[in-house]
Design a protein around this ligand. Structure first.
Ligand code: PLP
Length: 293
């Protein structure tokens, strides 16, 4: 995979190429003509009057109240990732694991069943086996690279099929399109951890997934100076439900880290091209190496 820019640029329903979106997505009009979002490093926002505050809390007027609920710098980064994934809106989280735990918190109740890929990030397996099990959520770990195994694991109470593809650490690849069809036939939702690919190389919504999440700590930020996560959803109703869950559980990202991630995204396409080129060189070197089969 020398370069995938061509394929990347063929995003559905969009006239702007993916590479251009990396630079411009989530950017709005700012005070003094700033071309990048200012860092609104504030916990709270002032109300013009008691009536204004009441209207904001009632949702009758648009505006900011408290950074755990929303913040313009965080929102700019969220909008950028929602656009890159081809989703509706995104929710910035304090870490990749905050995104994973918030997603399960939003989607599962006691008595529900989850199908999870055997090859997933370790702590994802752990929270399903400990915290969520304690809350009465049943889980089956399945080799999701095998469509038949996924089909056979579905139960009446299956609520979520959680897939990481390629999975960490074995890089097992799952067929998102078929898994989404299996899930939707059974009224379950497909959640994809897209951390290892980033939207530059894979956009799960295009294959039917319902929720996409990332550890921003890895490719999206790309500079090893932030811990962060994000959840992307496809419609307003799901967004509102997830936003409420995240506000209440509290695992939000802060404005400064959001600024750094948004800045990192500008070079996402360039970095992913180089990652692919470098990986290919290493693979070719190892393939020809006499002591390696
Ligand atoms: C790192 C990682 C996570 C967790 O992200 P943190 O930001 O470290 O909490 C989740 N999924 C995958 C695939 C990861 O590589």
């Amino acid at each position: 995979m020398k370069t995938t820019s061509g394929e990347r640029n063929m995003q559905k329903n969009s006239k702007t190429s993916f590479d251009t979106k990396c630079v411009h997505s989530g950017i709005d009009e700012y005070e003094f003509g700033a071309v990048v979002p200012p860092i609104y490093q504030t916990s709270t926002f002032k109300f013009k009057s008691a009536q204004h505050g009441a209207a904001l809390f009632a949702g009758e007027e648009k505006g900011y109240i408290y950074t755990r609920m929303s913040n313009p710098t965080v929102e700019a980064m969220e909008n950028s990732i929602a656009e890159l994934e081809g989703g509706h809106k995104a929710l910035g989280c304090a870490s990749g694991m905050a995104a994973v735990s918030t997603a399960f918190g939003a989607l599962t109740s006691s008595g529900d069943h989850v199908i999870c890929s055997t090859a997933v990030y370790g702590p994802t397996t752990t929270i399903l086996n400990t915290i969520f099990k304690r809350y009465g959520v049943e889980v089956s770990f399945v080799d999701t690279s095998n469509n038949e195994a996924v089909k056979n694991a579905v139960k009446k109470n299956t609520k979520v099929i959680y897939v990481e593809t390629p999975g960490n650490p074995t890089l097992a690849v799952s067929d998102l399109k078929t898994i989404s069809e299996i899930a939707h036939k059974n009224n379950a939702v497909v959640v994809v951890d897209n951390t290892f690919m980033s939207p530059a190389l894979q956009r799960p919504f295009e294959f039917g997934a319902d929720v996409v999440l990332h550890s921003l700590t890895k490719f999206l930020n790309g500079h090893a100076d932030v811990i962060g996560g994000v959840i992307v959803v496809k419609d307003e109703e799901t967004y509102k439900h997830f936003r409420k869950t995240l506000n209440q559980l509290g695992g939000v990202i802060d404005p400064f880290n959001s600024f750094l991630v948004h800045r990192g995204i500008k070079t996402l396409s360039l970095r992913m091209d180089r990652h692919c080129e470098s990986a290919m060189k290493i693979a070719e070197y190892l393939e020809k190496h006499p002591i390696i089969k």
